[in-house]
Design a protein around this ligand. Structure first.
Ligand SMILES: C=C(O[C@H]1C=CC=C(C(=O)O)[C@@H]1O)C(=O)O
Length: 331
């Protein structure tokens, strides 16, 4: 069961009916895990959606039994190690992440989440995002973010993507740290697109707002060959917005620095409609077990990073998800 909405569009969709097609596919960060939804894309009215009683949290904490959240001190210590690692290896950046755990019993009110209302709140908080909620085979996830890994128009063969990185609270001024963090993402994307197209249009870099925070963003548009689409996505993922440069070197380093598997966090969601194939980066997301919500948050670390600021950045990103979790009314 999945429900989702596209950026800037109010309609809620689900995947139902005869399983002829697989219009929605989640691919994990390491590409070893997929979650697919087969059937037809079907629009659901908000009233019908509100009538659904979504019980998401029945996973028997599979894989989470050993879970212990990293403390601020532990995570900051790890950030210091990554700063040293980045400097010693002379690499532009590496993206480190953590899981924040929110036991349901610590939530206000009844201590139970109303998933239907929470999803609608997530949609209204982030109208420019791709937002989803799903439950499948013991897994329950929810998320909303606007980073596009790719959008392919089947009629025109136009391919769009974006470089989105660097994070600050809305009113802060950009510094060298964020500018140097976003630049390698932009160079990486441009280098890949150049292999597949002679007609690449690159926008100015501008501010992208996402609730309580902003990012630096550059847009790319190229005409490509349809047959190259899968390879372009394979080349792009994971971009340095969620991994680092060089790609394989940073993937290995992430596996040693991070305590827990990223699973679907920082992977992507492929959605196919009649006109388009879209790929959204799965950030600002959470998975739900029977006892609590696991929020996935990270940030790009470079030589100019500051451990306290990086911790605050992950707290801000966690708040962006948490503030949308609505508890059921106590009668
Ligand atoms: C890795 C995450 O964000 C990425 C996307 C935008 C800004 C980012 C940053 O400033 O570090 C990250 O590259 C996350 O939200 O967990």
């Amino acid at each position: 069961m999945i429900f989702f909405k596209f950026p800037f569009k109010p309609e809620i969709f689900s995947v139902q009916g005869p399983a002829k097609e697989i219009p929605v596919r989640f691919v994990s960060f390491d590409e070893k895990e997929t979650v697919t939804f087969s059937g037809m894309l079907t629009e659901i009215s908000e009233d019908d959606f509100l009538r659904m009683e979504l019980t998401m949290a029945d996973e028997k904490s599979n894989g989470y039994l050993q879970f212990r959240e990293e403390s601020k001190e532990e995570y900051q210590g790890k950030i210091e190690q990554v700063i040293t690692f980045v400097k010693e290896n002379n690499i532009p950046k590496l993206v480190l992440s953590r899981q924040k755990y929110m036991p349901y019993r610590s939530l206000s009110g009844s201590g139970e989440i109303d998933f239907t209302k929470s999803f609608l709140k997530l949609c209204s908080s982030y109208p420019n995002a791709f937002a989803y909620i799903f439950k499948d085979g013991g897994k329950s996830w929810m998320g909303a973010f606007s980073e596009l890994l790719g959008r392919f128009n089947k009629n025109t063969s136009a391919f769009e993507t974006m470089s989105l990185a660097g994070t600050l609270p809305l009113n802060d001024e950009w510094t060298e740290k964020e500018i140097e963090e976003q630049k390698p993402v932009s160079l990486y994307i441009a280098d890949i697109l150049k292999k597949y197209s002679n007609t690449i249009h690159i926008s100015e870099t501008y501010d992208h707002h996402s609730g309580n925070i902003k990012h630096l963003r550059t847009d790319y548009k190229a005409i490509i060959k349809k047959n190259d689409l899968d390879q372009i996505i394979a080349d792009l993922h994971p971009t340095p917005a969620v991994c680092g440069i060089p790609k394989e070197f940073c993937q290995k380093a992430i596996a040693t620095f991070e305590k827990h598997p990223r699973s679907l966090y920082a992977g992507y969601i492929r959605i196919e409609t009649d006109e388009e194939i879209q790929y959204f980066v799965n950030l600002r997301c959470a998975s739900f077990t029977e006892s609590g919500a696991h929020l996935y948050v990270g940030g790009g670390i470079n030589a100019k990073s500051n451990a306290e600021k990086e911790w605050q950045e992950t707290e801000l990103k966690a708040a962006a998800i948490l503030k949308n979790l609505i508890t059921t009314d106590v009668i």
